[in-house]
Design a protein around this ligand. Structure first.
Ligand SMILES: *[C@@H]1O[C@H](CO)[C@@H](O)[C@H](O)[C@H]1NC(C)=O
Ligand SMILES: *[C@@H]1O[C@H](CO)[C@@H](O)[C@H](O)[C@H]1NC(C)=O
Ligand SMILES: *[C@@H]1O[C@H](CO)[C@@H](O)[C@H](O)[C@H]1NC(C)=O
Ligand SMILES: *[C@@H]1O[C@H](CO)[C@@H](O)[C@H](O)[C@H]1NC(C)=O
Ligand SMILES: *[C@@H]1O[C@H](CO)[C@@H](O)[C@H](O)[C@H]1NC(C)=O
Ligand SMILES: *[C@@H]1O[C@H](CO)[C@@H](O)[C@H](O)[C@H]1NC(C)=O
Ligand SMILES: *[C@@H]1O[C@H](CO)[C@@H](O)[C@H](O)[C@H]1NC(C)=O
Length: 922
């Protein structure tokens, strides 16, 4: 083996010779602590390393002590001979910028060799973080122990940061850091969760000749040889096709395999997890390396802890395949067994195996706007503090002087900033005004000059503002003074910044009184609408169960003449769908109904139709639109439902919650450009009122719909699959109770006995809501409805359509997943909710939606669990509402002086409000 200190020039030359073409494309290979601008090629691996100066600007370069270095340690990998240590700061971070696009997969490897670099003979202990998530705790057995840790994850932002955190048990250091791009189609786990994989073991099974790392592994994985005395090794020297398998196991690894000596034995691998809750993913590699005779069969099953995982497996000759578990193995003890099937006469084989521990990287970095603001503050004032890495994360290692508020699934927010006596000079930066969750701002005892800025009044959560001991001019904004008088804000400012006489008030704009009158009219009308919408929930008494109330079908069968009569000759169209047109009608007793005429194209056999209609009549539930009857005279088919006064959820979402912006633009007030700010403020206040019911109302709608579906799936015998769950099929009663309509309209599904899946010949449903698995396999089960329900839930959360049409058309699930991965929940939630909801409630609902829309139906939640989770969301939200109620009622005390109306303005307002109410005027 050749390892040595070649002069840098020669090494660079070697780099040119060795590294060409596509090799090492996208690799980032950092030799930490090496002399600046040193680039070299590791003669062992051919990998080209750079020094770390471009990736970090803290820490100190060190060399390991000669005792552990070359030539005393001839096998020492070159990059481990030096290191960077971090005696200062609780957290130090490397920032890497992968060349690959966002959401692509990469492997990250960090290596550590203490080598008594500091002469203390005492290896430290410290934590390694990937961004704000703990990746690994680093410990050493002794000074010569080389610790290497690998993680596979996806790039969720433009940069990847690797942080070393000082736990108070020694100074952190790092020897080498490597990033390798992977093919995104491999190392799959469960979708929708930001899971990363930390390497547990990677074995080249059956290889005995010692070398670990292979130049021919295009992903630069390090494979450890592994063998057992009870195994035989079989191998080939021919080429094996592993290119079509995205895992691209290197030839040396896949060419050798272990097999049991006695054909009836099992190939077994077992291990013990560090803790019971660890989840493991296992990737096994198989390729047949022997040419089999006609009478030879190799065929085996694979089990985990005694339960069959895969099988039977027949490895293909000279062709690599990878098998992995789609659901994590979660146990303390693990045992993988590979054993031949009864009809096989050759023993099982295993060529290679990788075992990973899943890491939920669910801690999120600081809310991006907050992070950008403090970063600007840091550079503007050259803040002399250890402000490195993410401001709020990891939790116990926030930036000095910063406190944060943490919530599940929502990025942390900065709530407190203490920069007192920090030598700040110049004006107060507008960046402070961007920290919109801030409760405490202390800028006392600095050299700040310029006016007390107006934008400080935008900090609505501010409870303490300390500006004392600066040279500020001008006055504290009036609104802050008012809040301080009301006891909502503790204000500490120098005397000269408080306005003591009325003369220093700014002149008010003359148009204000007119505006005020307009605004109060607007308040009144919108408030009325909202009041009208507020739901009064009925007691639970009117829940019927599916059994026991079969109604005589004769009474429910209508003739076509009767249908004509009911609908007054199809006068009033209230909806159009794929199955036909819906008309409004009135029964003899005055009951309002919706009559759905089935289009001839969706016609089915008369008997079949009647059978379904009879079935529907036996289904009663508070959250299913009541089925009144049907008409079938051979040429005309109609279904008659109860009429729902508030239309469907689709219209509700697109119309009633008209955003303030739209409201403003629709009114003639838009000409008063100067008033814009005022109106938006008013809207915010209005929304505040509306909000108390808004997310709550959406949740109640979701729960109602879930109850309806849960009943169809689990309360009906046989179960009914709706097949067309969508917002347009969720109707809202006068009291805003949601009911599912059209159930069984497409087809009442009665799975044949013993089969939970039903194969259907024509796929029905609405694009955007259609379960992709059902679409592909034609296998229908109730999880297809669960998928569609998940889409509806996403619409309720985001206010977006199932199919989002912007620059490019996109499915709502695909729109949401990258945002979740990035932790950008702020961009997910409907902005029309104006942030007024319990973040934990919304996050939980989002989790539920993701659990409903997983690509594989097997992994999706059931309606029963969805229902119980949503009820928990509601409980969270109700608690939150109670807590904020008092604060809100204080804040929105507007219009205490009500000037007289100007009639023309009142007229314009009523026009604006009409456009809001019209969808409900049916
Ligand atoms: C480490 O060793 C190299 C090679 O001998 C030398 O150039 C470098 O200055 C040393 N670094 C430190 C921090 O001592
Ligand atoms: C350090 O620990 C490793 C693993 O336990 C052991 O193989 C090695 O001999 C130890 N080295 C020294 C110098 O104690
Ligand atoms: C190990 O190396 C020896 C000598 O180079 C070779 O003959 C043998 O086939 C190798 N074994 C394996 C399993 O590759
Ligand atoms: C990733 O692997 C898949 C499956 O083998 C292959 O089709 C695809 O071309 C690969 N992508 C890249 C970028 O190598
Ligand atoms: C193989 O194992 C079976 C069961 O353990 C045993 O009966 C048989 O004798 C063994 N065969 C050989 C060749 O060792
Ligand atoms: C398979 O056939 C060959 C001859 O073609 C024979 O020698 C061998 O014993 C047979 N093996 C088995 C397992 O039947
Ligand atoms: C943070 O600090 C608290 C108290 O010191 C401790 O209990 C907790 O375990 C720490 N959390 C982490 C993630 O280190």
């Amino acid at each position: 083996m050749f390892v040595g200190y070649l002069p840098p020039l020669l090494l660079s030359l070697a780099a040119v010779l060795l590294v060409h073409g596509q090799l090492q494309a996208g690799f980032i290979s950092i030799d930490c602590g090496s002399p600046e601008n040193l680039n070299f090629v590791d003669p062992d691996t051919g990998i080209s390393y750079t020094s770390d100066g471009a990736y970090i600007n803290t820490g100190i370069s060190n060399n390991i002590s000669s005792e552990y270095a070359y030539p005393n340690n001839p096998n020492l990998p070159y990059p481990l001979s030096d290191l960077r240590s971090f005696p200062n700061g609780n957290k130090n971070c490397y920032t890497l910028t992968p060349a690959a696009a966002k959401d692509s997969l990469y492997l990250l490897r960090a290596s550590f060799l203490y080598g008594n670099y500091d002469g203390q003979e005492k290896p430290p202990e410290f934590d390694l973080y990937l961004g704000v998530n703990l990746w690994s705790s680093i410990k050493f057995r002794n000074a010569s122990d080389v610790v290497t840790t690998e993680i596979i994850g996806s790039v969720v932002s433009d940069t990847v940061s690797v942080c070393l955190v000082n736990k108070g048990i020694g100074i952190p250091f790092i020897s080498a850091l490597e990033l390798r791009p992977l093919n995104s189609s491999i190392y799959g786990t469960e979708l929708g969760k930001p899971v990363s994989l930390v390497l547990f073991e990677r074995f080249d099974i059956g290889y005995a000749n010692g070398t670990g790392r292979y130049k021919d592994d295009i992903y630069d994985r390090i494979w450890s040889p592994y063998n057992s005395p009870s195994w035989d090794v079989i191998s080939t020297s021919s080429e094996i096709n592993s290119n079509e398998n995205g895992y691209r196991a290197p030839l040396e690894v896949i060419r050798t395999a272990a097999t049991t000596r006695n054909g009836s034995d099992r190939l077994e691998l077992s291990w013990t997890a560090d803790d019971d809750a660890s989840s493991f993913y296992v990737y096994m590699y198989f390729a047949e390396v022997q040419r089999l005779e006609k009478n030879q069969t190799r065929k085996f099953n694979i089990s985990w802890n005694g339960s069959l995982m895969f099988g039977p497996v027949v490895p293909l000759y000279m062709y690599a395949a990878t098998i992995s578990n789609s659901e994590a193995f979660t146990r303390k003890e693990h045992r993988i067994s590979i054993y031949k099937t009864d009809d096989a006469n050759l023993p099982p084989i295993l060529n290679a195996i990788e075992i990973y521990v899943a890491k939920q990287l669910d801690e999120l970095p600081t809310f991006s706007v907050d992070a950008a603001a403090v970063l600007t503050i840091k550079t503007t004032y050259k803040v002399n503090k250890w402000w490195v890495g993410d401001p709020c994360g990891p939790k116990n290692y926030t930036w000095e002087g910063i406190e944060c508020n943490y919530n599940v699934l929502v990025p942390p927010r900065i709530v407190s900033l203490n920069l007192s006596s920090s030598g700040l000079s110049g004006r107060i930066s507008t960046s402070f005004g961007n920290l919109s969750s801030m409760q405490t701002l202390d800028l006392s005892n600095n050299h700040l000059t310029g006016p007390v800025p107006e934008f400080l009044e935008e900090l609505k959560s501010l409870k303490l503002l300390n500006l004392e001991g600066n040279q500020l001019s001008g006055y504290v904004p009036e609104e802050l003074l008012d809040r301080s008088k009301a006891g909502l804000l503790t204000l500490r400012v120098d005397e000269q910044n408080i306005c003591s006489s009325g003369s220093c008030k700014k002149k008010k704009n003359v148009v204000v009184p007119v505006v005020a009158s307009v605004l109060s009219a607007l308040v009144l009308s919108v408030a009325l609408i909202l009041w009208g919408l507020r739901r009064k929930r009925k007691p639970e008494a009117d829940v019927f169960n599916g059994e026991g109330r079969p109604l005589p079908s004769k009474n429910r069968q209508f003739t076509f003449a009767e249908v004509l009569n009911i609908t007054s000759n199809f006068q009033d169209v209230i909806g159009k769908g794929g199955f036909g047109t819906v008309y409004r009608g009135k029964l003899k007793d005055g009951t309002q109904v919706a009559v759905k005429m089935l289009s001839t194209s969706s016609k089915q056999g008369s008997r079949e139709f009647q059978a379904e209609a009879e079935l529907l009549m036996r289904v009663h539930h508070r959250n299913l639109a009541s089925f009144v009857g049907y008409c079938d005279d051979g040429s005309n088919m109609a279904l008659i439902y109860e009429y729902m006064a508030n239309g469907n959820l689709k219209d509700y979402l697109s119309c009633i919650l008209v955003s303030c912006h739209e409201l403003h633009m629709q009114s003639p007030l838009q000409f008063y450009c100067i008033l814009t700010k005022f109106i938006i403020k008013l809207c915010d206040n209005l929304m505040l009122k509306a909000k108390s019911s808004s997310w709550e109302m959406r949740l109640r709608i979701a729960i109602d719909a879930a109850q309806g579906l849960e009943y169809l799936h689990h309360g009906c015998k046989p179960p009914i699959i709706h097949r067309d769950v969508k917002t347009a099929n969720i109707l809202l009663s006068e009291n805003m109770d949601a009911k599912i309509a059209d159930f069984g309209l497409s087809k009442a599904i009665v799975p044949s006995e013993g089969h939970s899946d039903l194969i259907v010949t024509t796929v029905m449903g609405t694009p955007g809501y259609l379960d992709p698995e059902y679409y592909n396999t034609r296998k229908l089960n109730e999880k297809s409805d669960v998928f569609s329900f998940g889409v509806v839930l996403l619409e309720l959360i985001t206010g977006q359509n199932a199919v989002i049409k912007k620059e490019e058309t996109m499915h709502i699930v695909h729109w949401v997943i990258p945002l979740i991965k990035r932790g950008d929940i702020g961009s997910i939630v409907d902005r029309r909710l104006h942030g007024e909801f319990d973040p934990n409630s919304v996050s939980k609902a989002l989790e539920v939606a993701m659990a409903c829309t997983r690509p594989k139906s097997l992994h999706r939640a059931t309606m029963s669990s969805v229902l119980s989770e949503l009820n928990q969301c509601l409980a969270l939200e109700l608690t939150h509402n109670r807590e904020t109620k008092d604060r809100c009622s204080k804040e929105i005390d507007i219009g205490s002086s009500t000037p007289s109306y100007d009639s023309s303005e009142v007229y314009s307002i009523s026009t604006a409000t009409d456009s809001i109410t019209s969808p409900f005027a049916r």
